[in-house]
Design a protein around this ligand. Structure first.
Ligand code: CP3
Length: 355
């Protein structure tokens, strides 16, 4: 295996000394970049782009050619798992993801089969292998999956939702059935992420985009518990190096202690949590990733720089911080503003490290 030239992202996740704070951005490969829109048009549509190994690799690398970024993230989607389970994922322009079939009844949950990544999702592991080859050790590659609860919301609702009335209705009305669905999804995610790790993903992130929609009690049982099962089932070392796991619950600021106890190496924070207070609460248990409000990217480059500086200062001295947004970059942000974000982290963070 080629030696990794820039490993500050992996080191920060393990709270090892670094020269400066590493940075990447959720949805860094996406519609705000004109070259992404061009490649997507060439592929035809979003899912064809995900399934085309060369083009998925190309869009993964695009942001790295423009900006000083410390990690690449596999270009794919969290909804590949329910698609592989036979639900028929499609995207209607401007409307987000949709499924041809939904999962709402006991019979529908019981009929679901745990995903076999090698058989049904080889386009994802092929992309991982090709991206690793093309990166050639420049920066590490992040693999990812949705959390069982987040995947379940799309499968039950049949697409995006504002209030999750069907998904939440199911967990509150038929908790045992929900447990069964979430357990099948947890086993699928374990298979999927381990396959990504074997193909070359050097860290993995679990996106729990909608855990924050649940009540305190329901979060523990229906979102965190299945994520804990995943963390316990993952290969945590590959090719002689630790593979850090990042757990990100959007809206999960009030549960940081129990999330840290579930065993990941790092927690993703959305922008509603003060990172200084989060650091006090989790102590030495985990690293933290985040947490600038993506909407700050609509402000001037100078304002972006000031906000980056404020967050770096709030985290303070020492390793254990990966800079990121608190959620994905939105499609109408100007590419120069994303540039101001990356450059500010690269330029302003070394004073917080003595390595
Ligand atoms: O971060 C990256 O650069 C890697 C790529 C990535 C995508 N989706 C590409 C994508 C990642 C990590 C995801 C994760 C994902 N997908 C999540 C979890 C993160 C989050 O945002 O909360 C969720 C909930 C999804 C489901 C999904 N996929 C939605 C709701 C949408 C439509 C939203 C939109 O922005 O239109 C997608 C489509 C999608 N996934 C796009 C991209 C770049 C936009 C599709 C396009 O090009 O038109």
């Amino acid at each position: 295996m080629t030696e990794l030239k820039n490993d500050r992202f992996l080191r920060a996740l393990l709270r090892e000394p670094v020269d400066r704070t590493p940075v990447w951005m959720m949805r860094q490969a996406g519609r705000y970049l004109p070259e992404y829109r061009e490649t997507r048009a060439q592929a035809g549509d979003f899912m064809s782009l995900c399934k085309n190994t060369e083009l998925a690799c190309e869009v993964t690398l695009q942001p790295l050619r423009r900006y000083p970024i410390d990690a690449a993230i596999l270009f794919s989607d969290i909804l590949t798992i329910p698609d592989a389970m036979g639900l028929g994922l499609y995207f209607e322009t401007g409307e987000g993801p949709k499924f041809k079939k939904t999962v709402r009844t006991a019979a529908e949950v019981e009929a679901l089969e745990v995903v076999n990544t090698a058989k049904d999702l080889s386009y994802v592991t092929d992309a991982v292998s090709m991206i690793r080859r093309e990166l050639n050790g420049s920066v590490p590659l992040i693999g990812f999956s949705g959390s069982p609860w987040t995947l379940a919301t799309y499968m039950i609702e049949g697409g995006s939702s504002k209030d999750f009335r069907r998904a939440k209705g199911l967990v509150y009305d038929q908790p045992e059935l929900a447990d069964l669905l979430l357990d099948k999804l947890a086993d699928s995610v374990i298979d999927y992420l381990n396959a990504q790790i074997e193909a070359g993903a050097q860290a993995v992130q679990i996106f729990d985009s909608w855990g924050g929609a649940l009540s305190h009690h329901a979060y523990q049982r229906f979102s965190l518990k299945p994520m804990q099962k995943i963390v316990e089932g993952l290969k945590r070392e590959h090719d002689g190096r630790k593979v850090p796991v990042i757990m990100f619950t959007k809206g999960g600021g009030q549960w940081l202690e129990s999330m840290a106890d579930a065993g990941p190496d790092a927690l993703g924070l959305d922008w509603t949590t003060d990172i200084a207070f989060a650091r006090q609460r989790v102590g030495d248990k985990v690293a933290l990733q985040g947490n600038m409000d993506p909407a700050v990217l609509y402000a001037s480059p100078q304002a972006i720089r000031e906000e980056v500086s404020r967050i770096l200062k709030r985290f303070g001295h020492g390793s254990g911080h990966v800079f990121n947004l608190g959620h994905g970059i939105t499609p109408d942000v100007k590419p120069e503003h994303a540039g101001a974000f990356f450059e500010a982290v690269a330029e302003l963070s070394s004073v917080y490290h003595s390595a």
